[in-house]
Design a binder for this molecule. Structure first.
Ligand SMILES: [Zn+2]
Length: 429
């Protein structure tokens, strides 16, 4: 076979979009380490709940037994041997901008010349360029682009993700994006967030005008989303506007989230506290005072290290400070045309090397704490009796190899709702 054809076929042949239906009871056994992440959200101690030589018994979509391989009593129709592998909950990615049209690799050149994020935005690039392309794209085209990204996410071990609108910025196109998120059929479960205040679109001169317009469309949009989010930032939307917009969303049952302190600390975490946000995300520039404020209110800090990485910045969120203060921390890809990655493994590696998070912290931040950041910690994010059977099997002898063995995909199998939905192919051998 021609080598190019063989390579091009690799990705498609390795991905099974539709689940392979296995028998009713599935047993995964002999895992060198089974990471349960049991016991709820992690903050002071990041205990992974490790079972050596572990096993999980799954019935239908749920975990019915968990323990050591020797002790596990139930029998199964189908068994998977996980010898020399780590078995853990599927990654939860709690902050993505999954649905967009086109890419922006050309901006890498601008960044290499020293242009900043806000300078690129002012030149009509950045978010606004993606808004133009996304407005022009049909729902079908957006589904097609998003499906490919979801396939990459699944192969890299993500089993649930949050997905934001925010590249429409008018009623019709925000609705179109949220419909894509709600309608798309893929093994990965998506949780929709309305991000109508992501940037100021060209049809408005002032940020306040856009907020007034967004407040008018919230009642019609709210049934399509679970969360409401805003880019609270100097030169984008200020604190008063953010509060007004998020409060309006709450009236219609949406739970607030906020993009805060990515470029400057203008007090957005105070807004998060005032509106009772479930999470504040980015937090690169958050002051000590505002970190303390977040700690008092139990808001989850979501870090997105792929973003400064792709902005060629050396400055990352001060994870150690947040963890010291007892704030539960989560990690996410921020998947978007600026930080174009679907890989939580890459994010874990960046969190360890650039933010000095311990491997235990980074793993909890990508599973149970990430599930908490999207209000799903009782259903997913850990391996416990009664929970949804979303888990991954990694080619790693122990969990410390995740993030350490980097730049490659360690995930060998993905099980979603008790079904094997992806398994590494052998096409190169
Ligand atoms: Zn974002």
């Amino acid at each position: 076979m021609d080598m190019n054809v063989k390579f091009n076929n690799l990705l498609s042949r390795s991905i099974f979009i539709f689940p392979i239906y296995l028998p009713y009871m599935l047993l995964i056994k002999n895992a060198s380490q089974l990471l349960t992440l049991a016991g709820g959200i992690k903050k002071e101690d990041y205990e992974l709940g490790i079972i050596e030589n572990g096993a999980v018994l799954i019935e239908g979509e749920k975990i019915v037994e968990i323990g050591s391989t020797k002790e596990l009593k139930g029998s199964a129709d189908k068994e998977i041997d996980a010898s020399s592998k780590v078995v853990m909950p599927g990654f939860v990615d709690p902050h993505t901008h999954l649905v967009f049209s086109g890419t922006r690799e050309n901006e890498l050149y601008m960044k290499l010349q020293g242009k900043t994020y806000l300078e690129i935005l002012k030149m009509g690039g950045g978010i606004l360029r993606t808004v133009r392309a996304t407005r022009n794209a049909s729902k079908e085209a957006l589904i097609k682009e998003s499906m490919r990204r979801l396939d990459y996410m699944l192969v890299n071990g993500t089993t649930t993700a949050e997905a934001k609108s925010g590249y429409g910025l008018n009623y019709e196109d925000e609705r179109k994006i949220l419909e894509v998120i709600n309608d798309i059929k893929h093994p990965i479960d998506l949780v929709p967030t309305f991000l109508g205040a992501h940037a100021l679109p060209p049809e408005f001169k002032k940020s306040g005008e856009h907020i007034e317009y967004m407040k008018k469309i919230i009642p019609k949009i709210a049934p399509l989303a679970k969360f409401i989010d805003i880019f609270c930032e100097k030169g984008v939307f200020n604190c008063e506007e953010s509060k007004e917009y998020l409060d309006e969303g709450k009236k219609y049952g949406l739970v607030p989230k906020i993009h805060a302190d990515e470029i400057e600390d203008i007090g957005c975490t105070k807004v998060a506290v005032e509106v009772g946000a479930i999470s504040a995300d980015h937090l690169v520039k958050t002051s000590d005072e505002n970190i303390e404020l977040m700690a008092k209110k139990g808001i989850i800090a979501v870090f997105l290290p792929a973003t400064p990485y792709m902005l060629l910045s050396k400055e990352y969120a001060r994870a150690r400070k947040f963890i010291e203060m007892g704030i539960p921390v989560a990690l996410a890809t921020d998947l978007n045309p600026n930080a174009y990655t679907e890989s939580m493994q890459m994010v874990i590696s960046l969190a360890i090397t650039q933010m000095h998070m311990l491997p235990e912290e980074a793993i909890a931040a990508s599973t149970i704490n990430a599930a908490a950041a999207i209000g799903m910690k009782d259903k997913i994010g850990s391996l416990e009796k009664g929970k949804q059977a979303d888990l991954i099997i990694l080619d790693a002898k122990n969990y410390q190899q995740i993030g350490y063995h980097f730049g490659v995909n360690l995930v060998e199998k993905v099980i979603k709702k008790g079904k094997l939905v992806w398994s590494r192919g052998n096409v190169l051998h």
